[in-house]
Design a protein around this ligand. Sequence first.
Ligand SMILES: Cc1cc2nc3c(=O)[nH]c(=O)nc-3n(C[C@H](O)[C@H](O)[C@H](O)COP(=O)(O)O)c2cc1C
Ligand code: SF4
Length: 101
Amino acid sequence: MADLAAAVKKAVKAPVIAAGRISTGAFANSLLAEGKADLIGLARVLWADPEWPSKVREGRENEIIHCAPDCDDTCTKLVTKGKVAFCVRWPHDKLQEWKAK
Ligand SMILES: Cc1cc2nc3c(=O)[nH]c(=O)nc-3n(C[C@H](O)[C@H](O)[C@H](O)COP(=O)(O)O)c2cc1C
Ligand code: SF4
């Protein structure tokens, strides 16, 4: 959706946030460097791995647990149904603990 963000940015004066499974630091930086967005939004990326920002900042991108492109948006579907959301990439014990809530 980066090109959509860029199109919106051309049409408005307000800061524009680009989102859409921005999974690498390099891609996030390129969107800012190319002026396609003013800010980067991370939802599923952080839901899968809350440590994404520090791993990128510290050059540990190989340790990132990525939002799975083949997951079929489990978390978003749960949210839209008003259910407690979880991430299929969470460790098994954390997932069971969360599902029991
Ligand atoms: C679990 C979850 C909850 C979300 N809740 C909201 C919400 O309450 N309001 C909203 O405008 N967007 C919500 N979103 C959409 C995100 O803000 C974001 O625009 C979208 O997921 C695309 O970014 P992403 O590819 O980084 O996930 C939610 C997304 C997820 C995954
Ligand atoms: S549940 Fe699926 S779509 Fe949602 S953050 Fe986890 S891997 Fe990504």
